[in-house]
Design a protein around this ligand. Structure first.
Ligand code: LIP
Length: 260
């Protein structure tokens, strides 16, 4: 955990500097609605160098650099150096570094850090989830009609927009409200912190969700893919909440369109 926190704080200082002069950053377009900036690349470089120095041989799955096999086949870092790139580039202070450690395919440690708010979320398997020094617990609401729920919105060029609109309609008619933050790692961290009662998203990647999955679990929550299974990375979809809200939200999201 110390190694991860130090690496993330160092990369976070760089991101905070870059956020202050975001208009000067070089930005390239990876695909429709999908951007990478110098800030993402610099943060990834720092994280990789720091973690490699501290734990030589561990493998990596990096948003920008892809899969890098290590000599140690038991361990892999899963890293999004800047989750919420679009927010960052528009000056919205809602973005984060997300780092998870897998041991033998199991998530065992997680750090999510928003340098704009200084919120540091950490979790270790079996040892709980924390926001700075405060122990986290998912919200306790039991019925969807009392809940606010986070989601992702598929941007241009990604996902099935028609299907998403059905999900949105289903959820908006059964909850207090829906929020779209724009950084999946923080959506999951907010579920762990009890700020959001639930969250779902499709068409995302392992680096967006790996650290957040462990945070929610360690805060006493449930996380599955949208079918209720555990293939979040393979399917690229995720749904989270306390036990009751996870179950209710999954049923609601998956309801076919009923014309009224
Ligand atoms: C982003 C996610 C966001 C999702 C976007 C994108 P990035 O990650 O965290 O919630 O809806 O499509 O994947 O690209 O900023 O790291």
């Amino acid at each position: 955990m110390n190694v991860m926190v130090q690496a993330v704080m160092k990369a976070g200082r760089g991101l905070a500097r870059d956020f202050g002069e975001v208009q000067n950053l070089q930005v390239s377009v990876k695909g429709p609605g999908d951007f990478v900036s110098q800030a993402d690349l610099r943060a990834e470089q720092v994280l990789r160098a720091e973690l490699e120095r501290a734990r030589p041989g561990y493998g990596f799955l990096l948003e920008e650099g892809g899969e890098i096999a290590g000599d140690d086949a038991q361990h892999r870092w899963i890293i999004d150096p800047l989750d919420g790139t679009t927010n960052f580039l528009h000056g919205v202070p809602h973005f984060a570094i997300s780092v998870a450690l897998e041991r033998q395919g199991q998530l065992v440690a997680a750090v999510i850090f928003n340098p704009a708010t200084d919120e540091l979320y950490t979790a270790e398997k079996g040892a709980g989830a924390f926001l700075n020094d405060r122990r986290l617990r998912v919200a306790g609401r039991k019925v969807l009609s009392d809940c606010i729920v986070g989601c992702g919105v598929p941007h241009l060029g990604r996902g099935d927009h028609g299907r998403f609109l059905v999900q949105l309609r289903n959820v908006m008619t059964e909850t207090v409200g829906i929020r779209r933050g724009g950084a999946a790692a923080l959506d999951l961290a907010y579920v762990a912190a009890g700020r959001l009662d639930g969250y779902w998203e499709e068409w995302i990647s392992p680096w967006d969700m790996a650290a957040g999955i462990l945070l929610v679990r360690e805060a006493g929550g449930f996380v599955t893919d949208l079918s209720g299974g555990s293939d979040m990375f393979g399917r690229g979809d995720i749904i989270a909440g306390n036990e009751a809200i996870h179950r209710a939200l999954m049923a609601t999201v998956n309801k076919p369109l009923v014309k009224s």
